[in-house]
Design a protein around this ligand. Structure first.
Ligand code: CA
Length: 486
């Protein structure tokens, strides 16, 4: 999978067109699915997409001062999706359902200020506030949906227009409470930002589920990336995915949730509750990489996969190195340092376990600056396609240098690989790639090492790696058969 955006892509409405023109190339390098940014109308034409205004406006209506979104128009989006599908690439939409922003008008209702660090604890008596909770979508009218949003469709907000006071306000009224089935951080983590949608309201549940079915059909989606699910009632997510999958009939519908927490137990509990019907991003693995890149040789590499989703539930783990939130300057800033990126991509792209996600920023660059990692990611993707098959044997036996081999399989002639990464000095490992490989000459595919190695009689060879680098050893192209060496 590729996450096809980073936080700072230009807000010039060209991403959908770029994506369309890139579809054939993406297929060629082995990308089989693209996670696209929120395609729905945000607060303005520069909104990355998480400040959702109207879910039914995919860049079609003149609202919030713009027809297009940051990424282009609905027509351009549909053309991009068509082109991706023609190239055999699936499309996952980033679905932002936790909140709404940039309301059309204010409303007066009762609310109560709560302690930001413990939202279960009121810090004022209920009183009337004037909040931005009225959405009537004058630019769209009633096309696709006649639903209009009011204060009773939300559980909280963060601004009182009457006195311009910022706080976390819990909306008070009949059947009004923070949602259950959300993360327990800060007492109850229902509230994240803007006007928080109340997923205990039956009208809201129906409207949001209808939207999910509509947008899936309208865009021909193959799946979704569900934003901020630790702030959304888990029962809603269950029902929502169930409804879309039912509408899809026999066609599968993929879903991966963003449950941003480094603690494996929380992810585990959520997955069990969802009966493993949704994948999750492997946030603990990201944080292990983040730790490793800072500690260098002081990090014990035998622990790189400890308490990660890919170790515990590989079948539902989406592995990644960085994303738009972890990148430098973003809300969850924890960007993996440049020296470690190739090591991280080696681990996720060549591993038998996990569903790897390549970050646009690591491939194309961030903020207009080209990425130094594109070449190595291209090489790793090629090795993934040609060599990363068969059983995996891990050599997690040294604090600074770890590695694994893939034994290859019969369906992919010449497949198999030996990978090593070092956070310390130059190192080596004696690893066995199978007695059937005896006498084969292997070379290092990323260009870090120019020597070759010959596989010994029992299938073992001494594979080397430079300090702070990765090394990916694969069978060398046979120079005698006149082939191009692929
Ligand atoms: Ca919420």
């Amino acid at each position: 999978m590729m996450q096809y955006f980073e936080w700072n892509v230009p807000a010039d409405g060209t991403l959908w067109t770029k994506l369309k023109e890139d579809a054939a190339h993406l297929a060629e390098i082995g990308i089989t699915a693209v996670w696209i940014p929120p395609a729905t109308k945000g607060q303005n034409d520069k909104d990355v997409g998480y400040g959702i205004y109207d879910l039914y406006d995919l860049g079609e209506f003149d609202q919030k001062g713009t027809v297009r979104t940051k990424y282009g128009t609905k027509q351009q989006l549909k053309e991009a999706i068509d082109e991706l599908h023609k190239n055999g690439i699936q499309v996952y939409l980033d679905a932002v359902m936790n909140h709404k922003a940039a309301a059309d008008y204010t409303e007066k209702f009762m609310a109560q200020e709560v302690d930001p660090n413990n939202r279960e604890k009121p810090v004022s008596a209920p009183y009337e506030i004037e909040g931005w909770t009225g959405f009537n979508f004058p630019g769209r009218g009633e096309k696709y949906s006649a639903f209009k949003w009011h204060w009773n469709h939300f559980s909280g907000t963060d601004y009182n227009q009457a006195n311009q006071k910022k706080a976390i306000y819990r909306i008070v009224g009949e059947n009004k409470a923070w949602s259950t089935g959300v993360d327990s951080e800060n007492g109850n983590y229902d509230y994240l930002m803007f006007a928080d949608i109340d997923f205990d309201n039956p009208d809201v549940i129906k409207e949001m589920t209808d939207w999910g079915i509509w947008v899936t059909e309208e865009l021909g989606l193959d799946g979704m990336r569900l934003d901020a699910i630790k702030h959304i009632n888990d029962d809603f997510i269950k029902g929502f995915l169930g409804a879309i999958r039912a509408a899809k009939g026999k066609e599968p519908f993929y879903a991966v949730g963003e449950y941003w927490k480094g603690d494996i137990e929380s992810l585990d509990a959520y997955l069990a509750d969802q009966k493993y019907n949704v994948d999750l991003f492997d946030v603990p693995l990201h944080y292990n990489m983040y730790q490793a890149c800072q500690d260098g040789h002081a990090f014990d590499m035998r622990k790189l996969l400890d308490n990660t989703l890919v170790a515990r539930h590989p079948e539902v783990a989406v592995t990644f190195v960085d994303n738009h939130d972890s990148q430098w300057g973003s809300s969850l800033q924890s960007q993996v340092k440049d020296w470690f990126k190739p090591l991280g991509y080696g681990v996720i792209l060549l591993n038998v376990k996990g569903y790897p996600c390549v970050f646009y920023g690591d491939y194309y660059g961030m903020g207009g600056k080209p990425s130094p990692h594109r070449t190595v990611i291209d090489r790793l993707l090629e090795v993934r396609k040609n060599n990363a098959y068969g059983e995996q044997v891990n050599y997690t036996d040294h604090p600074e240098v770890i590695g694994f081999v893939r034994m290859g399989d019969e369906q992919h002639e010449g497949s198999g690989l030996a990978m090593l990464i070092s956070v310390g000095d130059d190192g080596y490992k004696d690893m066995n790639v199978g007695a059937n490989r005896k006498g084969e000459v292997w070379h290092e595919a990323t260009g870090n090492i120019t020597d070759t190695v010959t596989i010994g009689d029992d299938g073992t060879a001494r594979f080397t790696v430079h300090g702070g680098k990765l090394a990916v050893w694969v069978p060398a192209p046979n120079i005698d058969d006149g082939s191009t060496g692929k």
